[in-house]
Design a protein around this ligand. Structure first.
Ligand SMILES: Cc1cc2nc3c(=O)[nH]c(=O)nc-3n(C[C@H](O)[C@H](O)[C@H](O)COP(=O)(O)O)c2cc1C
Length: 452
């Protein structure tokens, strides 16, 4: 591997803001502030020059002395640098720069011998970003910006590379948690059990381990109109559904505690549900009760439904694949939650059958589905408002819809069963959707009365 002679350097994050007031120096970046007390003016001045620049570590003392600092100031400067983990950039020029991205970032150079081997973490990935190509990992509280000169080393790191091949760069990658010596990563049972995509999703859909925009950022407010709260109803023959009288339903229902305590997943049925029961279930669990907004602080339309929804965004849609339901033809339908109607979709019979077979397989082949309710998400409803948490919130909302369906179906004497897996590509094809814009995030079986 031939790489240019690497030089270790340090600096502060480009966006770090250094300020001094009443004897306290603060260095602030998007995820927090580091405060330092009682620093000599020469050290404060030097730190103020560091955001967005890089300097050789050893040169810093010379710069300090040249600017009138003392050797005591120089010693204090190095001590101070060791306390700047969350804002200090460590570079190996011209290969890579290790940038901290969270408060907990600790750059800990490992004790490696030239004959030790290092390889990339199985959680590491390379992607294009505004800083060019970057190397990141769910495990690491640093981001590494890469140059073309780093490519041979990166390509080699799919397999173990000896430390002596690139001591500075490899030490930096291990110090940042993007690469591991030997099989250190494999030995940790907590790490062995994570899938790559699950750990990345977990690390980025909660705060604390990254520097990305997070929460209700409304990043498209000035660019794109929000998607409407009610999806334009697809064309097709409509089937009006039964609207139950809620007072009568409340009087007939078992008490809440009885419903909670008798709720279970039922996969074998005594017979199919009726269209009246299906209408009652959808009305009580998933209709639009009312619409509201836009309003101050909520620049989009929202709705109220029997199940809660993150931000009242209500991005979820329901599609029914019906095998057997008394009074309703078998086929594929969209549930119009405002009109409380089913709209017939022109799905191919083989796709509808594949949806039912996939659902049956999710129950280990036990259920012969009567009605499969597929939950899709119109993803842009959520990402128009939220950064970082949009998909996580959608899955949570899917969970509360599951529970609402479970409870209403139990109260009605129907057979509910939530499913943990489904084929989102098949669902998009069956319902005529663009997979990236709207596709399935949940699947729920409804049968008639339980067999047992
Ligand atoms: C998110 C979620 C996913 C589930 N996935 C499946 C599944 O794929 N297949 C299945 O047969 N049951 C599935 N179930 C039902 C569970 O197996 C069931 O809730 C659990 O065994 C407890 O039994 P109970 O619901 O009767 O209390 C799922 C339930 C939930 C909430």
């Amino acid at each position: 591997m031939s790489t240019p002679t690497p030089t270790p350097m340090v600096g502060l994050r480009e966006d770090a803001v250094v300020a001094s007031e009443d004897g306290v120096l603060t260095i602030t970046c998007p995820f927090g502030t580091v405060a330092l007390r009682g620093l000599p003016p020469a050290v404060e001045a030097l730190l103020g020059e560091l955001p967005g620049t890089l300097a050789e570590r050893d040169d810093l003392a010379e710069r300090l002395l040249a600017a009138g600092g003392t050797s005591h100031d120089a010693a204090l400067l190095y001590l101070t640098l060791s306390r700047l983990h969350p804002v200090l950039v460590h570079a190996v020029e011209p290969l890579l720069r290790v940038v901290p991205i969270a408060r907990g970032a600790r750059f800990q150079p490992p004790d490696l011998s030239p004959g030790d081997t290092v390889r990339l973490s199985k959680f590491a990935f390379v992607r294009r970003s505004e800083q060019g190509l970057v190397l990141e990992s769910a495990l690491s509280l640093h981001r590494v910006t890469l140059t073309e000169d780093a490519m041979p080393l990166l390509a080699a790191l799919g397999r173990p590379v000896m430390v002596k091949e690139a001591p500075e760069a490899l030490t930096h990658l291990v110090a940042a948690g993007l690469a591991f010596a030997g099989d250190d990563e494999e030995r940790d049972p907590a790490l062995r059990s994570w899938d790559f995509h699950d750990l990345l999703f977990h690390s980025r859909s909660r705060s604390g381990r990254h520097d990305q925009p997070f929460g209700a950022t409304f990043r498209f407010l000035d660019d794109l109109p929000p998607e409407p709260v009610i999806k334009p109803v697809p064309e097709g023959a409509a089937v009006e559904l039964y609207r139950p009288c809620l007072e009568e339903a409340a009087a007939a229902d078992p008490p809440l505690t009885t419903v909670l305590e008798t709720r279970r997943s039922v996969r074998r049925y005594a017979g199919p549900p009726t269209i009246r029961q299906l209408g009652e279930l959808l009305y009580r669990a998933a209709r639009v009760r009312r619409m509201y907004g836009p309003a101050p602080g909520m620049p989009y339309e929202a709705s109220s439904r029997p199940y809660p929804g993150g931000g009242a965004v209500h991005e979820l849609e329901l599609y029914l694949t019906v095998a057997r339901c008394e009074g309703l033809d078998g086929g594929v339908y969209y549930y119009d939650p405002l009109g409380h109607r089913l709209v017939t979709l022109p799905a191919r019979p083989e796709d509808a059958q594949a949806m039912l077979t996939t659902a049956s397989l999710a129950t280990g082949g036990i259920a012969d589905p009567d009605v499969l309710i597929t939950v899709t998400s119109r993803f842009r409803r959520m990402s128009w408002k939220y950064s970082g948490v949009a998909y996580a919130a959608t899955l949570k909302t899917t969970g509360v819809l599951y529970q609402t369906l479970y409870l209403v179906a139990t109260a009605m004497g129907l057979s509910p069963c939530g499913l943990g897996s489904g084929d989102s590509d098949l669902a998009a094809r069956t319902f005529g959707l663009d997979w990236a814009a709207e596709s399935s995030v949940g699947d729920f079986l409804i049968g008639g009365p339980p067999a047992e």
